[in-house]
Design a protein around this ligand. Sequence first.
Ligand SMILES: C[S@@+](CC[C@H](N)C(=O)[O-])C[C@H]1O[C@@H](n2cnc3c(N)ncnc32)[C@H](O)[C@@H]1O
Length: 447
Amino acid sequence: MAMANKAKLEALLTLINTSARDAITLYEQYGEVPAIDQMEPHPLDDAIDQTALKSAIRILEGACAQICATLAPPSHTAINLVQVYDHACVRVVARERVSDILLKYPRGLHVNELSKEINIEPKKLARIMRLLATRGCYNEVDTDVFANNRLSLILLEENPVKHMILLHVEPSAKGATVFYETLKDPRIAYSYEQTAAPVMYAINKDGTEGTIFDLMARNDDQRKCYNTSMRGLNHIMGSLAVLTHFPFEKYSTVVDVGGGIGAFSLSLAKMHKSIKITIHDLPEALVPARDIWVRECPEALAENRVEFDDLNFFEQVPVKDKDIYYLRNIIHNWDDRESTIILSNIRKALGPNSRVLIHDYVLRQLSRKQAVIEASEFGVVLAPEPLLANFGVGNIRSYQQDMTMLFAHNAKERTLQDFLALATAARLKLEKVWDLAESCVLEYSAA
Ligand SMILES: C[S@@+](CC[C@H](N)C(=O)[O-])C[C@H]1O[C@@H](n2cnc3c(N)ncnc32)[C@H](O)[C@@H]1O
C-alpha cells in the first residue's frame, strides 16, 4: 500500500539517520570522524574501495535532497536548481591556484593579501571565497580571512581530481551555454557526430575543428590535463573498487582497451603482480604513458608485465585470446553506432573463456516497477522506499555525467537496457553486473 505523506517524511528522516550513522561508523574504522573545517584529508579519502561509504552517502544525499524538495516552498527549490554559480567561482580559485597559495598560511590569509598574489580585485575575491566557504570549500576563519580545509585541498595542483574540475569549468561549461542552440540549429540538431557536440560547436567559432580527441592530438597541454583527469576518475567514481570486488587473481592477462596512461592499470599492476597487461590506445595517448610507468611502476616494465600497443579500436582488433578485455569510461564516449563497432572488434579477439568488462555508470530506472525488475534480474541494489527508485539526487552524478558526455562527445551514459541492446548487436552475452555503488562493471562472454 502507498505510504501516507507524513509516513514518507518519517521514513526519509529514518533513512537520513541510519545512512549518516553508517558513514560515521565507516570513518571511525579508519580514524576520527571528520569535521567540515578540518585542514587535513581523512585516511578513508584515499581508500581504494569506497563502496560501503558511497552506498551510505547515496542514500543520505538522496534522502536529504528529497525531504528538502518536499518541504521547501517550490519556488525556492526551483531557483536553487538554476542559480548555481559555484562552477564560475571554482574556476577562478582553480585557475589562480588559491589552495596551493593557502597551504603556506594554515591560520588563514586575508583577501587583501591573497588579492595581491593573484591580481584579482579584493572585494570581488572576498565574495567568491565566501560563496565557496558557504558550500564547505575553504574556511572563513575570521572576517575576510580564508584557510584551506579538507574539501579545498582537492583543488591543489597535485590532485588529479582538480584536472577533471578544470575540464568541467572550462570546455564543458562552454558546451553547456550553447546546448539549447545545438538542439535548435537545423544543421546539427539531429546529429550524433562527435564533431557537432556542443563543446565543439562552442569552440568551432574560434576555428577549431574535429572531435575532442582530435583537439587533444594537436594540443599537448589539453592532453596532459585530460590524462591526469582520468586518474581523478579513480577517486570521483570510486572505480578502483573493481580491484577488490572482481576476482582478478583468477586471471593472468588483462587488456586495458583505450587505457590511456593506465590510470586503472597502474593500480592493477601494483596489486596483482602475476597479471600481464596490454594497454591499447591511440599512439599519441601512449607516448606519455611510457614515461609515467617508468616513474611510477618501473618494476612492471622490468618484469615485462606491461606492454603498450597502438590501436585504433574502430579499425583494428585488439590482441587476441586474452582473459579480460577491460573498457573503463570508453563506451560512454561514443554513440550506439560507434560503440557497436568498438565492441564488435573486441568480440573478434575473444577466446572461448575470455571476458569483456565494461566499467561505466549505469543509469537507474525512475519507475519503481522497472527498478524492481532490474534489481531481481541483475542483482543491482534497489533504492529503499520512499526514495525515488533511482536514488534521486544520490545518483545525480551519473545523470550529470550523461550531460557531460552529450556536451563533449554527443555521446551518453546508458541504462542496463541500453547495454543489453549493445551486447546483442556485438554478439556478447551479459554474464553478471558488479554493482560498485556508484559505477557498475558489466561482465560479458562471447555469445
Ligand atoms: C575517457 S578516456 C578513458 C581512459 C581510461 N580507460 C581510463 O579509464 O582512465 C578515453 C580513452 O579512449 C581513447 N581513445 C579515443 N579514441 C580512440 C580510438 N579510436 N582508438 C583507441 N583509443 C581511443 C582516448 O585516447 C582515451 O585514452
